[in-house]
Design a protein around this ligand. Structure first.
Ligand code: COA
Length: 260
């Protein structure tokens, strides 16, 4: 697969997507969003991939936001469509992806960059990372889900402050707020993500997809998350993974999940 703005590689069952526009601090232009969507579609079908990590190329930025040069001249209609298409193609797509997606935040994660990290299932940051939603300093608001996901992750008051001040916070502060799960050095960022991915991969991928659906249901309007949990829980009893997991436990051996 040939991409111009991203790199896609694989290390055993871990797929690594690197956003690769370092001269523009990996800003998300239209082409990059489309390539990311395409890459996720490929990874969805690839049964050799169990976990996905997204990171940025270079040592300075994860993603410094949506590409400002592409929307500076937009009309009201263009603006609404930009947000709607981006949310559908990438941000909501990642949030509801059936395989775990981890953001390895290796530098600036601003605007659309932080929104991308927040759409992932969880985040790990290096200690040089800086995070924020600076949109109101440009006269707009976050449009890729930031006004919704930031309060979910750090609470309404903290989110309001970060959005209103358009400020940046350090990785340590982000960890204290619950925005990232771990902070480590830049050198240790990928090894830590690989270690976490390794722990995830030992478990049933079918059960993990069901858990993603059930957890996300808590945040969907008009959906009863408890009902979704009951239904997904029930479905697990029909899987080969469930039979293998319970049998292995009773036989006092490690489970070898077929992923079905
Ligand atoms: N969109 C488009 N281009 C961007 C960008 C963005 N969001 N963020 C950075 N770039 C580009 C810069 O224009 C510059 O390009 P140039 O070399 O062709 O002039 C290049 O990336 C390097 O950025 P620069 O600003 O020179 O780096 P810096 O170290 O001085 O500052 C930041 C780093 C992150 C503080 C600064 O780039 C910035 O504020 N970026 C915009 C962040 C933002 O508002 N994001 C939200 C968008 S909705």
């Amino acid at each position: 697969m040939n991409f111009e703005n991203i790199l896609l590689s694989q290390k055993e069952a871990l797929a690594i997507i690197t956003i690769n526009r370092p001269k523009k601090l990996n800003a998300l232009n239209k082409a990059t969003i489309e390539e990311l969507h395409e890459a996720f579609q490929v990874l969805d079908k690839d049964s050799s991939v169990k976990v996905i990590v997204i990171t940025g190329s270079g040592e300075k930025a994860f993603v410094a936001g949506a590409d400002i040069s592409e929307f500076a001249h937009f009309t009201v209609d263009n603006g609404g469509k930009l947000a709607a298409k981006g949310q559908e193609m990438l941000f909501n797509y990642i949030e509801n992806f059936s395989k775990p997606v981890i953001a390895a935040v290796n530098g600036f994660a601003l605007g659309g960059g932080l929104e991308l990290a927040m759409a992932c299932h969880f985040r790990v940051a290096s200690d040089n990372a800086k995070m924020g939603l600076p949109e109101v300093s440009l006269g707009v608001i976050p449009g890729y889900g930031g006004t919704q996901r930031l309060p979910q992750l750090i609470g309404k008051g903290n989110a309001m402050e970060l959005i209103m001040t358009a400020g940046m916070i350090s990785a340590e502060k982000a960890a204290a707020l619950g925005l990232v799960n771990y902070v480590t050095t830049l050198e240790e960022l990928m090894p830590l993500v690989e270690k976490l991915a390794g722990k995830i991969m030992r478990n049933s991928s079918v059960a993990i997809s069901a858990a993603i659906k059930a957890v996300n249901a808590n945040f969907e309007d008009g959906v009863d998350g408890f009902e979704v949990e009951i239904s997904e829980f029930g479905n697990c009893f029909g899987t080969e993974d469930f039979r293998e997991g319970t049998t292995a436990f009773l036989e006092k051996r490690k489970a070898n999940f077929p992923g079905r």
